[in-house]
Design a protein around this ligand. Sequence first.
Ligand code: SAH
Length: 257
Amino acid sequence: MSGQVGRLAVVGLGPADARWLTPEAASVLEAANALYGYGPYLDRVPMRPGQSRHRTDNREESARAAAALEQAASGANVAVVSGGDPGVFAMAAAVCAEIEAGPPAWRGLDIAIVPGITAMLAVAARVGAPIGHDFCALSLSDNLKPWEVIERRLDAAASAGFVIALYNPASRARPWQLGAAFARLERHLAASTPVVFGRAVGRADEHVEITTLGAARAVAADMATLIIIGSPQTRVLVRPGRMPLVYTPRAAAGANA
Ligand code: SAH
């Protein structure tokens, strides 16, 4: 295989099954000689004879990226899979970091990032248009950054009027962070601010709940949940016999449009 320029694609699988996988992602996965990723994500990719699979633990991102780059450097066509979009709190940045730290030859590889639907978009679509105006996304995980940084960013985002999407809100190892984040946000936002919990959206066990900041229960969230906190402009339209529509108007209060 040597002599050939290796290729490494970082592929977004979307938040659920193949309905939310792009045709581009499907064809890149099909063409790869080797797939790397967290086991449950690899399980979503149809098996193809002759294609090797390298399952790694969720926490071993840099080792996984390095192993994939090494195989690509030997001339192989490698795909690393991520849930959602690979550029959002996922493998694309891990691969870039390994390239930066790794041997010069890795900079000569053909690297492609293949986008996917990120969880925030899937959850937003389920309830209406909560991110119809300015928004930001934060990971609530303090594995890779100090909690004080997260608090500062929550303060800044809420006081600036952004709708906020929270990825990684809770896990068994991080049980208190979401409650602390809600308490922090209540310093800036009314208790009536709409809050959306979207769990396992697009999967068989999907559960979506619309509540308020004052009533939100942090214990209702787990690793498969994404939370959207409204801005002071976000509205909830109640409808007879149907889920309310949550939306943030496209014009901010005070706009001279
Ligand atoms: N790269 C992924 C995000 C990885 S971080 C993406 O773009 O979506 C993992 C977090 O994503 C989870 O803790 C959860 O907050 C969110 N998430 C992933 N899939 C989800 C789904 N189907 N429904 C709701 N949230 C999801």
